[in-house]
Design a binder for this molecule. Structure first.
Ligand SMILES: NC(=O)c1ccc[n+]([C@@H]2O[C@H](COP(=O)([O-])OP(=O)(O)OC[C@H]3O[C@@H](n4cnc5c(N)ncnc54)[C@H](O)[C@@H]3O)[C@@H](O)[C@H]2O)c1
Length: 333
């Protein structure tokens, strides 16, 4: 199978390192807006650099992995759809819901498979938590707690392109809540705070946000996101039920410390970033995409999932700005 990789920055270079070892993939074509960067990355992993995105599509790949910046996603996904090529795209599909709907219409009309990069669905801990809930072991779910706590803020220049903390970070938690519970979010009440660098407020964003979600079966979910978690990269999904609890992300490297005297915490070196924390999940999601592109399975994370998670993020952003609960129906329009 021949796969194209578009964009080899932070996440694209990670995907290059995965694609070079995936069984069933013989050729990986690498393109970047910066051809020099494509060549360096291709040389590093023994892949095939091409001079441009045009050249990549001209080589008629069986699947395309898009890891270019968000602003380029819709155009590139549309291009893959028009070429009749299976497409994996990093989240989000577009900077806004209208753009997401437009690109989904194009994908649907073309009939190509689409997988969106919500890698937590492939994390062994997240999968085990979901399975324990599904099996009935946790009983009736009463509360979900989820968090994405980054150890340090991104560069100031990134913020205006990020869509805000809920669309940038929280969207992974919103997808995980939907996916793990099988329930839809109906209402969001969110707030945010800026107690760190001034560039968050200057970008009309917040450095920390909390969102309270009401699910369609009445379950409550709390999502916390922050850019200033000095203890390390802390990403968890906690499912609390009438019979038990399952926590994804509570392993030896969880950056948690007990305040109880004499009680040890996990103790391992904290994960530095998403690449370390989700290393296995990034491999598993692209292995799944190879199966999708080969027609062996349907997409495990389709465009509708991306759109639903985006609606929750939109609702959280609106709620934070207007300091009121927002029904998902309101942002669907
Ligand atoms: N799933 C995750 O955990 C995760 C993590 C990080 C980033 N992301 C997403 O991945 C995307 C890329 O993020 P990043 O941090 O790797 O960005 P980045 O800026 O580090 O890299 C982007 C790369 O794409 C290239 N590029 C720019 N425009 C292009 C175009 N039109 N065609 C081809 N190449 C182009 C740039 O030269 C650069 O090499 C973003 O949408 C982001 O939201 C997802």
């Amino acid at each position: 199978m021949k796969v194209g990789l578009v964009g080899v920055g932070r996440i694209g270079a990670l995907h290059a390192g995965t694609l070079c070892d995936l069984p069933g993939i013989d050729t990986v074509l690498v393109a970047d807006a910066d051809p020099g960067r494509a060549k360096v990355c291709a040389d590093r992993f023994g892949l095939t650099p091409v001079g441009s995105v045009d050249d990549l599509f001209a080589a008629r790949p069986d699947g395309v992995v898009i890891a270019a910046p968000t602003a380029a996603h819709a155009e590139l996904v549309g291009r893959a759809a028009r070429a009749g090529v299976a497409v994996f795209c990093e989240k989000p599909l577009a900077p806004d819901a209208a753009g997401t709907r437009a690109v989904l219409a194009e994908v649907e009309a073309a009939g190509v498979p689409l997988q969106v990069g919500f890698q937590r669905r492939f994390d062994p801990g997240y999968q085990a938590a979901k399975e324990r809930l599904r099996s009935g072991e946790l009983g009736r779910l009463h509360s979900v707690w989820a968090c994405t706590l980054d150890p340090a803020p991104p560069p100031a220049a990134y913020l205006p392109t990020s869509g805000g903390i809920f669309r940038d970070c929280g969207v992974h938690d919103f997808d995980a809540v939907r996916w793990a519970t099988g329930a839809e979010v109906v209402e969001v009440h969110a707030t945010g705070a800026n107690r760190g660098a001034g560039f968050f407020a200057a970008a009309d964003d917040v450095d920390t946000g909390h969102a309270l979600l009401t699910l369609d079966d009445g379950t409550l979910a709390s999502v916390a996101v922050s850019r200033y978690n000095g203890a390390g990269y802390d990403v968890r999904l906690e499912l609390h039920g009438s019979l038990g609890t399952a926590v994804a992300g509570l392993d030896a490297r969880a950056p948690l410390a007990s305040a109880e005297p004499g009680t040890p915490g996990p103790g391992g070196a904290a994960y530095a970033n998403f690449a370390e924390r989700f290393a296995a999940a990034y491999v598993a999601e692209l292995a799944a995409f190879a199966d999708v592109a080969a027609g062996r399975i349907s997409s495990p994370c389709g465009g509708e999932d991306a759109l639903e998670a985006f609606y929750v993020a939109d609702a959280a952003e609106l709620s934070r700005r207007e300091n009121r609960p927002v029904r998902i129906e309101e942002v669907r329009r």
